[in-house]
Design a protein around this ligand. Structure first.
Ligand SMILES: [Zn+2]
Length: 82
């Protein structure tokens, strides 16, 4: 003979999956963020950074082997170098 288990107790005893929402719907899972690279906007290859001082200021310029001086973009996608 089994006694009826109250609904509140049944809910607490159910397995809890961190990726499931309260209604059993899958939710977005926080993944480890992908590394972000500074890449050439044309070929998505990582740029070479040159740093130099001008007076009290530190300046940076960015160079792509194929496209020359570029303004880089930050991207999680980075193609293999030439
Ligand atoms: Zn490039």
């Amino acid at each position: 003979m089994t006694l009826p288990v109250p609904t509140a107790v049944q809910t607490r005893l159910m397995p809890v999956f961190p990726f499931m929402g309260c209604y059993g719907q899958p939710q977005a899972v926080a993944l480890t963020p992908a590394p972000v690279y500074e890449v050439c906007p044309h070929c998505k290859r990582e740029v070479i950074t040159h740093r130099f001082m001008t007076g009290a200021f530190t300046n940076r310029t960015f160079h792509c082997r194929e496209h020359g001086d570029v303004v880089p973009m930050r991207s999680a996608i980075c193609n293999a170098p030439l």
